[in-house]
Design a protein. Sequence first.
Length: 71
Amino acid sequence: MEVVRGAGEPMSIGEIAEKVGVSWATAKTNVLELSQKQMLNTKKVGKNWIVWMDVSRKPTETCSAYRRRRI
């Protein structure tokens, strides 16, 4: 995540894999997992996956999220 945050612009999964030193498949798995947690945004454009981080978006605290943590 630091790689995407430090870049300040959208990156491909291949660029992330190269900078971190992991395989493309490993990078994709981790990126998609982080996107499920709404920490990264992803979009498939043609054959490429574009990844970016929205620094202005903060996680929202909702009643249901609070209840899930309490259970």
